[in-house]
Structures are given as C-alpha cells and as structure tokens.
Design a protein around this ligand. Structure first.
Ligand code: PMP
Length: 410
C-alpha cells in the first residue's frame, strides 16, 4: 500500500496545529478518541445550516431531506463494514457501549438462563465485560473468560475448552484497546457456531484501523463507535444479521420505533427504527457517513499499513528505553497501532503528566480493562495510540518526555 502523506492529511485537522507553552501538540490518544477532519465537521455544519429538522418522514421539505440523509447514512455505514443488508442490518446507537448493551439486554435477557454460558476474553473492555457480567447475573447464566497468554494473545486451546454446547454467546474484542492484539475473530466465530452459539464482536478499535468485513467474519453482531474512526461523538453502530435483528424485541421504547400503539399494546416498526427510540443523533449519523467516505478515500489498507509502521517504530524506540516494559504482542499484522507500557519507578499518571508538559497527549490508567491490569499485576499503564495524522517523527517527543520523567522520578 502506498504510504500516507501525513502532511497533506493534517491539513484537514486544524486542531492539531497548536502549541502549548511553546511545544507543538503531539496527539497520541486516538484509541480514546480520534480527531475529526474538516469534511466531517463540514458535513455536520452543512446539515445544521441547510437541512436540520426532526426525521421520521415529516411532511415538510426539511424533514424529508433530513430523513433521507439520515436513512442513507445507515446504508453507507453498513456498506463500509461489508453488511449487504444496508439499514436492515445496521442500527445507530450512541456508541460501542450502547450497541453491546442492546444485544445483552434485547437478546441476553430473553435467551439466557441457568446452565447457559457467555464466553468472553480476559482482554474485554468494560463495555462488554460489565454488561455481560450484569446481564448474566440477572439471567442466572455464567460467564467464562478465554485466557490471555504471556505474549498478550488469546490462548486458543483454552478458547476451545471454554466454548462448549453450554455456550450461548461468545463476546470478544476484535482489537484490544490495551494490548493492541488483533484477535483471530473468524476462528472464535466459527467455534461459537460449531456449538450453536452466537458471536458478538467489539470492533471499537478494529473498524477505525483496518478493513473489516462482517460477512466474511460471519459475526452475528458487531459493535463500533463513530468517535474512534474520524467521526463525531454521540454515534455508534450495531451490525446484526438481518434475521437476528428482525427477531429481537426493542431495548428502548418511545416515539419513532412503533408501528401502532393502543392504550394496551404496541407493535414495532422495521429494523433499524425499532431500535432507535426517540429523536436520534441525526447530525452525528450524517457525520459518521462522512467519516466513512473520508476513510474510504484514504483506503483502509493504507490506514492499517500506516498504523503498523507507527506501532513498529514506537516499539523500536520505546523498547530501547531502560526500565520500560511494553505489553502485548510484537509488532506485525497481529498488532494494532497502540502501545501500552510501564516505566520502572514512575507511575503511569506521573508519566502522562510529564508527557503533557511536553504537549504530548497520551493516556494513563486501566483503559477500562481493570481485570486485565489486575491479571498483569499492574495498576495502570501509559498508552500511546496513533492514527492517520500521526507521523513517525512524533514518537521522538514522546521518547524525550519519557526520558525526562525517568530523570525526574527514576
Ligand atoms: N471497546 C473497546 C475495545 C474500546 O476501545 C472502547 C473505547 N475505549 C469501547 C469498547 C467503548 O467505546 P465507547 O466509549 O465509544 O462506547
């Protein structure tokens, strides 16, 4: 794949062109949220300037325009992840978290019972871990975790032990936001299906960073967030196979999702509307479709190659620092563009704070994978994560900041 022209890309991100106390901003926190390029901001401001109205097919011109744009945004996002059913297979939600809650509540509370098992991985984000833990508890079902090995990969022998005829759902993260591991999701989905279980994948870090084809993976459900893929906050998506979504009952009730209502009962509209109660995130949906156009124009193969190059460079430069430990697999196609690490004698929060003094934005904490950190025996890691607007050169100020922290605390 032809390398990205980072200088040209950065022209669409004026936010990156600023300094703090004389240091140019180095934004290495894209796994938390990506920056929003001008075409996405423009699509949303154009919407507010030219189209804004409530949707649900109002009678007047603006409502018609808004409805069509919002509906077509579903088709566009569905197409981006390889869902051939368009809007019939793609629900807009607030984020990955809500998408996973939708499946856990609408499917899990109906289908799970005593004796059933939900199989997760030890590297799940709290978005799926806490959700399934709580829903399984309410349903009387059990939760099992597929082990993560010392290299930060899933132990697939253990996966084959965990996934049995008692398994009702396998819910796994596609790309770990802490370890950077790219999991063998097709294999996990196949294992689930061999045992007549369903599979839900958390694609929050995968859809932004590599080509994803939900049909090729054969996922039953697939969740992701707009704000991690150059789109706005407040919008996420849930892909679900047509017959599965058609069969589920809604998770939220209200206006816009019904077919008919009497004082005694209600019937539901079509997918996706039956899952989108109330006034939906219209501008955000349109913004997400614009983000998809933007990413497709760059090419997801090139995005992935860029991420791998940055991860490799970061790995090389950071691992040369004494006392620094990197978590997760070696760089390569099984490694996404983020690096979590600890530095001997320096707490991750102090490290992030010194980085901030250098205007280098990184994250410190457990990255919503607290049980994984407990397993690793650490309270917190520092995490640097990259996107299309980052250059390899930006790793140098990170290294300088780390060395500064080491001199101060070490
Ligand atoms: N899963 C993973 C792997 C993530 O990285 C994140 C975001 N940190 C989430 C789920 C949750 O995403 P959101 O906060 O957008 O719901």
């Amino acid at each position: 794949a032809e390398p990205l022209d980072v200088d040209a890309i950065r022209e669409a991100y004026p936010i990156l062109d600023q300094s703090f106390d004389g240091s140019p901003l180095v934004y290495l926190d894209s796994a938390a949220t990506t920056q929003t390029p001008d075409p996405v901001v423009d699509a949303m401001s154009d919407y507010y300037r030219e189209t804004n109205a409530n949707v649900h097919r109002g009678i007047h011109h603006l409502s018609q325009k808004a409805s069509i744009a919002y509906e077509e945004a579903h088709d566009r996002v569905a197409e981006f992840v390889g869902a051939s059913g368009g809007r019939e297979e793609l629900v807009f939600t607030k984020n990955t978290t809500e998408s996973e809650n939708l499946v856990a509540h609408a499917w899990g509370l109906r289908e799970l019972g005593p004796g059933d098992e939900v199989v997760l991985t030890e590297m799940e984000h709290h978005a799926s871990l806490v959700t399934w833990q709580q829903v399984a508890m309410r349903a009387g079902a059990d939760v099992k975790y597929i082990r993560v090995d010392e290299n930060g990969r899933l132990d697939m022998d253990h996966a084959r032990e965990c996934i049995t005829d008692d398994t009702a759902m396998v819910s796994a993260v596609h790309v770990s936001n802490t370890l950077g591991t790219v999991n063998p999701v097709s294999e996990l989905v196949d294992l689930a299906h061999e045992h007549d279980a369903l599979a839900l994948l958390d694609g929050a870090q995968a859809v932004p960073t590599r080509p994803v084809d939900v049909e090729e993976i054969d996922a039953d459900f697939y969740a992701f967030s707009g704000h991690k893929m150059a789109g706005p906050t407040g919008i996420g998506a849930l892909y679900g196979k047509r017959e599965l979504l058609a069969d589920l009952d809604p998770y939220l009730y209200g206006g816009g999702m019904i077919r008919s209502v009497t004082y005694d009962e209600s019937t539901w509209g079509d997918v996706p509307w039956k899952f989108e109660a109330g006034t939906p995130p219209i501008a955000e949906g349109i913004g997400l479709a614009a983000a998809v156009d933007y990413l497709e124009e760059i090419g997801m193969d090139r995005v992935q190659a860029h991420e791998e190059r940055l991860a490799e460079a970061a790995h090389e430069k950071l691992s040369a620092i004494d006392g620094l430990t990197i978590y997760g697999p070696e760089p390569g196609p099984e490694r996404a563009g983020l690096v979590s690490f600890t530095l001997e004698n320096v707490h991750a929060h102090d490290l992030a704070s010194i980085c901030n003094d250098h205007a280098v934005a990184i994250r410190a904490g457990d990255h919503c994978t607290q049980p994984l950190h407990d397993k690793l025996g650490i309270a917190a890691t520092a995490r640097a994560s990259f996107y299309v607007y980052n250059s390899v050169d930006e790793i140098d100020p990170l290294v300088d900041a780390i060395e500064d922290a080491q001199a101060l605390f070490g």
